[in-house]
Design a protein around this ligand. Sequence first.
Ligand code: HEM
Length: 423
Amino acid sequence: MDLPPGPRAPAAWQTVAWMARPAAFLRGVHERFGDPVTIRTYWTEEPMVLFSHPDAVRDVFRLDPAIAPAGQSWEFLRPFAGPDSILLLDGEPHLRERRLMQGPFHGERMRAFAPVVAELARQELGGWRGRVITLERMRHLTLEIILRVVFGAREEREVATLREAIDTTLGDVRSLPRMLAMALVQRDLGPRSPWGKFRLAVERFDGLLLETVARRRAQPGGDAVLDVLLEQRDERGNPPSDRHLRDQLVALLMGGHDSSAASLAWAFERLARHPDVHARLREADPAYLQAVVKEVLRVRPSLTIAPRLLLEPVQIAGRQVPAGVQVAACLWLAMRRDDLWPEAAAFRPERWLERPEPDRLSWIPFGGGVRRCAGAPFAEMEMREVLRVAADLTLRPVRPEPERARRSLLVVVPDRGGEVVVG
Ligand code: HEM
């Protein structure tokens, strides 16, 4: 069975282009080979077929997890993510975990988190003067939000200890080549070896997380995501174990930290170059604010693909795809298709206030199907609150030309970190 066409360049070259210039690479392969296109990178062992047409995207998102699992791709994260992690599970255990985790991200409960996020955003942005690398500041802010709003850390000392442990532990997880290399070896050659050091850092971090869980159990009735997670009950009415809660907190940390920081840095990068949009944000129209959030996520998605590994051949948009390859809904290409998005490359939030609304399957920054981002409502709320505060800043770009996209491990970030001048 033939795979769709794609670049013949060696995987090493495609990997470099994929990492260094992801937007140009995706645009290039789409222009040359159309949709679908097959790419080969070191990112996965198998070739990857990228789809972007809504019909194909629908089929990818509807694939049966028994023949197209997604959890396996994250196997190397197991030592940090933990055995109960939603990121690693597939099939029924994955669905069960999703049902459990969704509690805090609905309706009133979700909205209750907004004032704390807004206050943390005011504290962060209030101190900005002169040149600011917004990506660095947003990494700091989104971590602060996770520690306070998700983990429910209250005192500065608790926040500082957790922050420090995450910086050291995630330092290793963030370094994907190191993580992969360590996962391959996984031999504890003493506390000074990389794996030994990593294990110790994870143990120390776990100790802190379990203390956090114990504190929240001892003081019920709090208003953090963790407090809501403590109320979960499985089919038999049992509450979650401490280890299970630990894995849920880590999944929310891994899913929600870098992705949100990257999207917010892109928001600053775009706003600084579109003073008209920035000025209109100041009018405090909630519909326009939401349109800006959606447009940032469309035109500069922080994740570019939602991949699944095929264990059996399947049909996608009428096309037969063999087993043993990765298929992916390409979020970046789907949201940049000229046939679906007039002036696709333009940053134009107004499009969201015009009729007709775009096709639901062409706006997919959070992926889709049973693995759609579990924190999407939280991520959008976070962006709204930060942008509401950002509306009052005076922003201009350090250089007029748009920042290019580069990959920082899993997420795509502005290559100069979304640098702006404030004031
Ligand atoms: C703008 C920010 C964010 C973006 C663009 C984003 C995007 C995504 C994407 C594309 C996926 C994979 C979907 C798929 O494979 O179909 C995902 C999964 C996930 N995200 Fe997010 N995310 C963001 C923020 C967050 C936040 C704030 C949280 C938690 C508080 C979170 C938690 C998760 C979790 C737990 C998963 C795994 C879901 C599963 O496997 O069932 N994400 N996210």
